[in-house]
Unconditional design. Sequence first.
Length: 339
Amino acid sequence: MAEYGIKSLRQIQMSRESAIRTPTTDYTVWRGTGTLQDQRVVVFPDEDVGIFGGTDRQYVPQKMGELVMEDTPATYEQIGHIFDAGLYEATPVADGGGSGYVRTYTMPQASTDIKQSTDLQTYGFKGGDNVDVEYAKGSFVRSFSLSGNSGEAVNVTATWETCEVASDTDGFETATTPSVEEILFSKAELYIDDSTDTIGTTQIDGAFISMDLSVTTGWKSIFSADGSLEYSGLKQVMPEIMLNVTFEHTAAGVVAEKAAWRAGTSRLIRIQAEGSALETSGSYDYNTLIFDLAGKWESFEAIGDEDGDDIVTGTFRCRYNSDAAKFFEAVLVNEVDAL
């Protein structure tokens, strides 16, 4: 009898590479859903050979793949994988006498701090089920997004580009399934300040009801003639970071920020979420995720309603601001010393 694939037996296993396309055997399980897809290019060339149906001649000039991590609750313990593979590998810094480790991701602002491919942490992946396991290496994050609504977890999705996808006859590794804590949107706080003020000073109380942060990382693969059908290297071009915020229709939130939008005034936005208490306090007392963004509002939608409640959504484009010398930064605090 044929063996059938079972959804509940699927896995996504991931391993940090020692160098780009240099896999290791130290795997962990991604606590979410997603699929690995072979995206090799297959070409059937045109030819005039007198055969009505055409021939089965074909060739493969390029090999690559894609892993889409589908919407799943983001966790303090695993979101760092996406940041390390989409921004750059951050060094975990022990939080003084506390038990937390702090990872800081500051997006480059000038030619002097542009990241190189050696700054990026690439990954090997195994994906599949009880019938077949596929493998890909040299994986990096092209884009990711985090979204949240009141009363829910913050969800994350990420699109990874990989090298060739191939069947792995060795199957899945014996991999750890880490303990995780979900990032809850209701524990998040929104701060908005003038570009000449200190970011994270003015909290928008009682009005922050949803968000959608989308990051196109700027990392892209380079294909050149060097003896391989896989990418030759990676480089980072200009990233694009957008934030949609839905507010309760309040004077301190929407009305004030609409005025800043109409005046073309630069703003500093901080979104901070805290989780459970760390075993030992240092500079941070809790598992923490912080996003700092500089830029300007691009648009505001007309007043909408949610069950009779007036709401407004604004779109914020993240861009460098010279007053604050800021563009985009993420800070992650957890008790994981090595991802």
